[in-house]
Ligand binder design. Structure first.
Ligand code: PEP
Ligand code: MN
Length: 340
């Protein structure tokens, strides 16, 4: 960290900053220029609080020079992390598609969904049992019964189950049902207590981007999970809020190469909640894979017009199958594979 003192800083104020730096176990080296004095703090600068230093008399600015995140950063771990979900790999050369309905509705719907997922060659299935709806009058999800329905469909089809955890009070039920991947939704990206809890377990976590979160906030949210010991984290870009009203959210394709540079963890894309309409899903999916995403989370319903939640954005099983063919071709050009 570099601490810039203002022109009128006294010797005493400079000494005070140096002693604060030393108290945290870092070295403080003072460089006196013609106009300003600069203090370099050498050591683990994450131990220093720039805001606190900036509040000291005589300090003009405290500038961090290392990234605030550590475990999830590429600086710390240069090689790609490959997350293994029951033998299905995500990251590195491996692209993985996850598909299924927005919400778990009935055992029949889950069976038909699993059939559609398998017929398309997709290896992991999604479905929400607990739904974070904007209106309290909307369907809130089938809850614990939904988890049971999903578990049964997953067992019968052999597809690992991916489902959203909304509340820390449901974590034991998720572990009991052996949920294969826990999804943390956009509304909970900064629910730090929830993040700390999923950090303590060894179930892979999909961390969706908060709808107005910066890349840096998103990385720090992942760091909350990683610091607990769970490093099986997958980022999921799902569209961000902008001034545009013609679609539900704006898919931030730029986030893909930026995140891939900043983190070794896999990055996937949810084209469904980004566009909000089924007709946009194939184009956004192709763009995401072309831009380097390690996978997709796509809403598919056996009968979209009948879906209890997000009917407008669900593609049908036939559309998923066509999309898989297109994505395989794009992956091949990039020297990657849609993995088993
Ligand atoms: C979902 O995947 O069903 C969902 C609610 O997504 P998001 O958190 O991105 O809105
Ligand atoms: Mn949905």
């Amino acid at each position: 960290m570099i601490i810039v003192m203002n022109n009128t800083a006294t010797e005493e104020q400079i000494e005070n900053v140096v002693s604060r730096i030393k108290q945290k176990g870092l070295e403080g080296t003072v460089s006196k220029g013609t106009e300003k004095t600069v203090i370099g703090a050498v050591g683990d600068e994450r131990l220093l609080d720039p805001e606190l230093l900036q509040s000291l008399p005589g300090v003009e600015q405290a500038l961090s020079i290392v990234k605030p995140y550590k475990i999830v950063g590429r600086e710390w771990h240069p090689n790609d992390t490959v997350v293994n979900v029951k033998g299905h790999l995500i990251g590195g050369d491996h692209i993985q598609i996850i598909s299924g309905p927005c919400s778990v509705e009935t055992p029949e719907q889950m069976k038909k969904s699993a059939d559609g997922v398998k017929a398309a060659g997709v290896k992991l299935m999604r479905g929400g049992a607990f739904k974070p709806r904007s209106s309290p009058y909307s369907f809130q999800g089938a809850g614990l019964d939904g988890l049971d329905m999903f578990r049964e469909a997953a067992n019968n089809s052999g597809l690992p189950m991916v489902t959203e955890l909304l509340d820390v009070r449901h974590l034991d039920a998720f572990l009991d049902k052996k949920v294969d991947v826990i999804q943390i939704g956009t509304r909970n990206m900064q629910n730090f207590e929830l993040l700390k809890e999923v950090g303590k377990i060894d179930v892979p976590v999909i961390l969706k981007r908060g709808m107005s979160a910066t890349i840096s906030e998103w990385l720090m949210a992942a760091e909350y999970i990683a610091i607990g010991g769970n490093h099986n984290i997958i980022f999921c870009e799902r569209g961000i809020r902008t001034f545009e009203t013609a679609y539900r959210n704006v898919l931030d394709v730029t986030a893909i190469p930026v995140l891939k540079k900043e983190t070794h963890l896999p990055v996937i894309v949810d084209p469904s909640h980004a566009g909000g309409k089924a007709f946009m899903v194939p184009a956004l999916s192709r763009a995401a894979i072309a831009a380097g995403a390690d996978g997709l989370l796509v809403e598919m319903h056996p009968n979209p017009c009948e879906a209890w939640c997000d009917a407008d954005q669900a593609i049908n099983p036939d559309e998923l199958k066509v999309l898989m063919g297109e994505l395989s071709a794009i992956a091949k050009i990039l020297g990657r594979t849609i993995s088993d």
